[in-house]
Design a protein around this ligand. Structure first.
Ligand SMILES: Cc1cc2nc3c(=O)[nH]c(=O)nc-3n(C[C@H](O)[C@H](O)[C@H](O)COP(=O)(O)O)c2cc1C
Length: 413
């Protein structure tokens, strides 16, 4: 995704500068060239030597360095790049940017560039909430400067609040997005994980879905530039960077969150939604002897059907996503069941995967899928994908979606 892209990375003087070393590694690993600028403040937190060693590039810092000017010059630095990233962005550098101040190399380059700019602010929460910083951020946003973070959490001083610089993975995702991918301007909804259907406050019905495949798809769509909402049932997977994640428990909550996310261009239903739920969840824990004397089991659990999220999205009249994709998790006759599901649910594509006990699909890192697509007049075409990691399946699916929806025109908004 980042191959051959040139990133001008400005590291200003915040405690989060150490995270920018990790960011440089991530950018290089993705194939980008990194040209670093350290402000005077930045050089108090990370050494030019570490930055240069990781970036494998000379570190620039001094506007009036004659050798620097004769080698490359501040105007070339400002122009010979695809994106300027300021991470961490101190309150000070943001204030200078908002006011067009150019009193060192970093701010002069920022004023002289005609390339897109992404900032990752990092500061104490009082600095972030300060009226002057609010004004500066509003002005920068109006000027078209893109922002990633800051997040909420523990700050350097031990306080809890907003101001933590976005994690390197999140900044990488924002960079990929800023550079525009084939899904830029499009909105995607992805569901992932199992649902938990309460029996009583301590027990529930669930299934073995881990959320790995759905989370990977959300991340892959975001990396291609889509604005992604991930609606996730309970899962140990962490929220993918650059994705808005909504956490839910039950199928009914998941449906409500999906409907809230509409309109979208594409909906990918990878969650293993429980087909049934207990007809009446008890308000209090069912005691062991409740069904009869002396610890006899409780009366049979009455189940009722849950809403069908995939079918509900496919049946929307005015705001049906242009592409509705479902997953079929089957233990036998995978393709035949998937074809039937495609027709029954009214969706456009089904990814059929084998979740039989020997397949290792549930909870595993790999998947073997068949892509079944509706061809009109009840016909369907079947494509067999090779056994691959869930990340690779996700990347391939995102590319396929881009192939069909590609480009920003006509995006849902
Ligand atoms: C230990 C220490 C930590 C600091 N951390 C931050 C920070 O996280 N964010 C911030 O905006 N300023 C922080 N500052 C203040 C900046 O370093 C200061 O405003 C400096 O002038 C910024 O210069 P620059 O923006 O040109 O790099 C910190 C200062 C010190 C001494």
């Amino acid at each position: 995704m980042l191959t051959n892209l040139r990133i001008l990375l400005i590291i200003s003087g915040g405690i989060a500068a150490y995270k920018s070393l990790e960011l440089i590694r991530g950018l290089r690993a993705g194939g980008a060239e990194v040209r670093p600028i350290l402000t005077k403040g930045g050089a108090e937190f990370v050494t030019p030597l570490s930055v240069a060693a990781l970036a494998r590039e000379k570190v620039h810092g001094d506007l009036f360095s004659l050798t620097g000017e004769s080698e490359i010059g501040h105007i070339r630095l400002a122009r010979e790049t695809d994106l300027v990233v300021v991470a961490p962005a101190t309150a000070n550098i943001l204030a200078k940017m908002a006011n067009g101040i150019a009193d060192d190399l970093a701010t002069t380059v920022l004023l002289a560039t005609d390339r897109p700019i992404l900032v990752a602010p990092a500061m104490n929460s009082v600095m972030w909430e300060q009226a002057s910083t609010r004004r500066n951020m509003a002005r920068l946003e109006a000027d078209g400067v893109m922002t990633v973070g800051p997040g909420h959490g523990e700050l350097a001083e031990g306080e809890i609040g907003i101001g933590r610089m976005a994690e390197p993975a999140e900044i990488l995702a924002a960079i990929e997005k800023a550079l525009g991918g084939p899904l830029a301007g499009l909105r995607a909804l992805v569901t992932s994980g199992p649902t938990h259907e309460p029996i009583d406050p301590v027990r529930y019905i669930a299934n073995r879905s881990s959320g790995k495949q759905g989370h990977a798809i959300a991340g892959a769509c975001a990396r291609l530039g889509a604005a992604v909402t991930l609606v996730s049932g309970p899962s140990a997977e962490s929220d993918p960077p650059g994705v808005e994640t909504v956490h839910v428990e039950t199928a009914r909550d998941m449906l409500a969150a999906c409907l809230d996310a509409l309109p979208v261009d594409v909906a990918i239903c990878a969650a293993a939604v429980s087909d049934w739920r207990p007809a009446a969840a008890r308000g209090q824990k069912i005691k062991k002897g409740a069904g009869g004397a002396g610890g006899a089991p409780p009366a049979a659990l009455e189940l009722i059907e849950n809403p069908d999220i995939l079918a509900a999205l496919a049946a929307r009249e005015n705001d049906r996503p242009r592409l509705v994709i479902g997953f079929a998790a089957e233990t036998d006759d995978v393709v035949a069941y998937a074809r039937a599901k495609l027709a029954a649910k009214g969706c456009d594509w089904i990814l059929a995967n084998d979740v039989s006990p020997g397949s290792g699909t549930f909870g595993g890192d790999h998947n073997k899928v068949h892509l079944i697509s509706a061809q009109g007049a009840g016909e369907a075409s079947v494509e067999e994908w090779p056994h691959a990691s869930k990340l690779d399946v996700a990347a391939r699916l995102a590319e396929r979606i881009a192939g069909v929806l590609g480009g920003a025109s006509g995006g849902a908004s």
